[in-house]
Design a binder for this molecule. Structure first.
Ligand code: PMP
Length: 454
């Protein structure tokens, strides 16, 4: 364990040299922060030896817990062979074997795997492929349809198809134009209608857009079932299927971004399975390596892949690749992660934990600041509001989410809010006892916020 003095020293060095992502560094410099030294199962340990439940799976990536024996072993095994070799002009053993696995578990029809190393680039690749696919078919389709509240990553292309203004507005002049349509945020219905009884009228806009603009639309991009970064906004039953039907009717490609929802997170291997729908292109990352190493993939239908075939001099190849594409260490860990995910009991266990989470969250309704609770599998968002009846939002200067997670930290859990939504997204392997504890901490933290105790 690192000595207390060393922790102060490390904090000092961090403040001196590091710029953290999505962080107001002025606040960061004024407050003490945790420095993580190790992890085990559902827990992370800081440099002072204090342990915390990893309530957001280290930003939604952890599947089997930290230091999972089998994953450690897979990585060491591969280290004994080679850590990295390029995928440009060469192949490697783990990447080939992993591709077979990925195709085996992916929604039907996605037979080709294009590797990259984070969710944003998996999305960029899907966008560029969709665009180039139409070029090869002799059609100039220059734009995409995106949904309000969508989040697809932070690179300029993925920001262009994003729909969260607080993240994206500032970059507006740099982005390529898209058509944006309503997503079904039923708690705050974009059409001003009240739930229940949703007839998915917001999809009429998508249909209308495609009717008018399909000549120029390369693809529609959607996070199926849950818009994660927007605060875990869940979609009503039938929505994903209707989107697929509309795309089919207008012969438009459909891209699913399952960066957050893939690999068991919603209780199925992929969220697309809930509606039995396959996209034409699928972006995955995060949970692919069980939270061990950066790896991502874009899976596509054969028809898309085949459109890129041609003579060398025709220049039809897909010109995109990263230095660490298909890193063998990451691919080998991913293979082992999937093997464990496919074990008989694993997704049943996730279903059991998801029920326990739903039961536990029921009690949160009695809290005066809880507006809506949204959940799919082991991803949940608790939206805090200033007034339950009017759904009035809490102003950002009140830092509601930040105050709640500060309290949670004191009580032994690491959470990370999305604005005023408190996210619970534990490792899929979390035990019943740990999940109950996480729920207790989240409940107590929101109550402390309501009482002004934090
Ligand atoms: N798509 C979705 C749905 C995401 O949730 C995220 C990250 N939270 C991304 C893309 C971007 O992934 P990355 O941070 O690995 O670039």
């Amino acid at each position: 364990m690192t000595h207390r003095d060393d922790t102060s020293k490390l904090r000092e060095l961090d403040r001196k040299h590091i710029w953290h992502p999505f962080t107001q560094m002025q606040d960061w410099r004024e407050n003490d922060f945790l420095i993580i030294e190790r992890g085990k199962g559902s827990y992370l340990y800081d440099t002072e030896g204090k342990k915390y439940l990893d309530g957001v799976s280290s930003l939604w990536v952890n599947v089997h817990g930290h230091r999972k024996k089998e994953l450690d072993r897979a990585m060491k095994r591969q280290l004994g062979l080679v850590a990295h070799s390029t995928f440009l002009g060469l192949s490697n053993v783990p990447a080939i074997r992993l591709a077979e696995e990925l195709v085996g578990i992916a929604p039907a029809g996605l037979n080709k795997v294009y590797y990259s190393d984070n969710g944003s680039t998996a999305v960029e690749i899907a966008l560029k492929m969709a665009y180039q696919y139409w070029q090869h078919r002799g059609k100039k389709k220059n734009t995409f349809i995106t949904f309000t509240n969508a989040y697809h990553g932070d690179t300029i292309g993925s920001v262009s198809v994003g729909g969260i203004d607080i993240f994206h507005q500032i970059f507006q002049p740099l982005l390529f134009p898209t058509h944006r349509t309503h997503s079904p945020y039923c708690y705050r219905c974009p059409l001003g209608k009240s739930h229940p009884g949703c007839r998915l009228d917001c999809l009429d806009q998508l249909d209308g857009l495609l009717r008018e603009e399909s000549e120029e639309i390369a693809a529609v991009i959607l996070e199926p079932e849950v818009q994660g970064a927007a605060g875990m906004i869940t979609q009503p039953e039938g929505f994903v299927r209707r989107v697929r039907d509309i795309c089919d009717r207008h012969q438009t490609l459909l891209i699913f971004d399952e960066v957050a929802t893939g690999f068991g997170r919603t209780g199925k291997m992929f969220a697309s399975e809930h509606s039995g729908v396959s996209p034409d292109l699928l972006a995955v990352a995060k949970g692919i390596t069980g939270g061990y190493l950066p790896l991502a993939a874009t899976l596509v239908r054969d028809e898309i892949y085949e459109a890129f075939l041609g003579k060398y001099e025709e220049n039809k190849a897909f010109f995109h690749g990263h230095t660490y594409t298909a890193n063998p260490l990451a691919c080998e860990v991913a293979r082992e992660n999937i093997r464990l995910l496919k074990e008989d009991h694993f997704l049943d266990q996730v279903a059991d934990r998801a029920c326990l989470l739903a039961e536990g969250l029921g009690r949160f309704q009695e809290l005066t600041s809880v507006g809506q609770i949204r959940q799919r599998g082991l991803m949940a968002g608790i939206e805090l509001v200033a007034d339950k009846t009017t759904k009035e939002e809490i102003p950002s200067r009140d830092k509601a989410g930040i105050r709640v997670i500060r309290k949670a930290r004191e009580l032994g859990a690491i959470l990370r809010p999305l604005g005023n939504a408190i996210v619970l997204m534990p490792p899929l392997s979390i035990s019943r006892r740990e999940l109950k504890k996480l729920l207790e901490i989240a409940f107590a933290s929101i109550r402390a916020f309501e009482r002004g105790d934090v």
